[in-house]
Design a protein around this ligand. Sequence first.
Ligand SMILES: [Zn+2]
Length: 68
Amino acid sequence: MSDTPARIPISACPICGKPAVEQHRPFCSRRCALLDLGRWIGGNYRVPDAKINEEEEETPRADDEEAE
Ligand SMILES: [Zn+2]
């Protein structure tokens, strides 16, 4: 027998950097898991602070202002 407690190191979520939860490892939430999954599938997922707007195209932001 081993007296060493099975200590699982908490890894940081690769998407947002928050501590990952076992349920959604290695992500912190289902949302981040889906974001990463979308990256593999489409290759054009959107993460607010992970992607820099290199090209500011004309984006209709009439709806955006009402969204918040
Ligand atoms: Zn996360």
